[in-house]
Design a protein around this ligand. Structure first.
Ligand code: ZN
Length: 81
């Protein structure tokens, strides 16, 4: 099981083999850099929680501007489960 937030440029990102791209990105409020949630099939039952954790990264991602990483770990927030 795997998941991460991957930076996409012009709709293209460095997608790992076997991962699925979620359709709702988070976007940097300063430069428009876009991250999408990539996840393995084993995570599909946990997807609502993963999406909530991913969306919680929005503010932190904007604060990192302009030093955006190609990919970011998605924090697992237990109280959302
Ligand atoms: Zn930015």
């Amino acid at each position: 099981m795997a998941y991460e937030a991957v930076k996409y440029t012009n709709g293209k990102g460095d997608l790992q083999d076997g991962l699925t791209v979620d359709q709702n990105p988070i976007v940097c409020g300063k430069c428009g850099a876009e991250y999408r949630l990539d996840y393995s099939p084993g995570e599909s039952s946990n997807l609502a929680n993963l999406r909530a954790c991913f969306q919680s990264m929005q503010k932190r991602t904007t604060n990192k501007c302009p030093k955006h990483q190609p990919s970011l770990a998605v924090p697992n927030v237990p109280f959302l489960q």
